[in-house]
Design a protein. Structure first.
Length: 279
């Protein structure tokens, strides 16, 4: 048994990491971001013998103190923290302020990498966020009963070029295309909001491409999809979703694929050309 910290944002990701870590016998301390983590997380964690500490967004020093007091030397980031909140309503403590003042840009990679550096300096290493959830990583190939049509495959090929480019610039990880035109690009609003905007702009028939970054750091900001992704696509009339195989977490597993099949949405696990070249 080892001591593991879970830094929890919103969604089901923290619940799944907690369950998997406990199943392996780890002693888990949860630092739940007060403004983001699900209200049910406390009871869920306590029922599994894990301690929970709610810490306000911006109180990095307190989060570190909680983990160190628990004897944690390894931690996992699980769950989204809306990046846009960094620009309003967050009062940073001195520890986070020291991070922010050193940053030349407040994009996702720069911000979280700087936080990871501070954690490491305090004796806490961030682990691969998918470490305990390997079975939930997307498989390669068509994952649903319906395959992408020839026309949709052409849309995907176009979308890959666009999505890889914006991901490489750390703008976002999702683009929505239709008739080989970019309808919507994800920035700080998140995937579901991007899909909704695309549906409002272009109507049914859009194709959604969600990718990992070219040099994806698996410790944080790993692409995640789930049943809510399919729900957002169904509302927007989107017909195909592509995700990167081996780099994207499918949080709801079988329920995700059942929802896609019921909605007639094709889901594809892309194998990146670089991944093939590395074999």
């Amino acid at each position: 048994m080892s001591r593991v910290g879970v830094i929890a944002g919103n969604g089901r990701f923290p619940f799944l990491v907690l369950d998997a870590a406990r199943a392996l016998g780890h002693d888990v301390t949860v630092v739940a971001v007060k403004e983001e983590a699900d209200a049910d997380l406390d009871a869920w964690a306590e029922a599994r013998g894990a301690s929970v500490h709610r810490v306000s967004l911006g109180h990095l020093g307190k989060a570190i103190a909680v983990l160190r007091a628990a004897g944690v030397t390894q931690a996992v980031m699980a769950g989204q923290v809306k990046h846009v909140k960094i620009f309003g309503g967050v009062i940073p403590d001195l520890t986070l302020l020291s991070v922010l003042t050193r940053l030349k840009a407040r994009n996702t990679d720069a911000l979280i990498a700087a936080v990871a550096d501070v954690l490491r300096d305090k004796g806490i290493d961030l682990l691969d966020s998918t470490l305990f959830l390997q079975p939930l990583l997307a498989r390669a190939g068509t994952l649903t009963r319906r395959q992408a049509s020839e026309g949709e495959a052409a849309e995907l090929a176009f979308g890959y070029r666009m999505a890889d480019a914006i991901a490489g610039l750390d703008i976002g990880q999702t683009v929505v295309v239709k008739e080989c035109a970019v309808v919507a690009v994800e920035a700080m609003e998140g995937t579901d909001a991007t899909i909704a905007r695309a549906g409002a702009l272009a109507g049914p028939g859009c194709v959604v491409v969600k990718v990992a970054k070219p040099n994806q750091d698996m410790r944080f900001d790993v692409p995640v999809v789930g049943v809510p992704t399919i729900d957002a696509m169904q509302r927007a009339g989107a017909t195909v979703l592509s995700i990167d195989a081996g780099k994207t977490l499918v949080l709801d597993g079988d329920a995700f694929l059942r929802a896609a099949d019921a909605a007639g949405i094709a889901v594809v696990g892309r194998v990146r050309a670089s991944a093939v070249a590395d074999r």
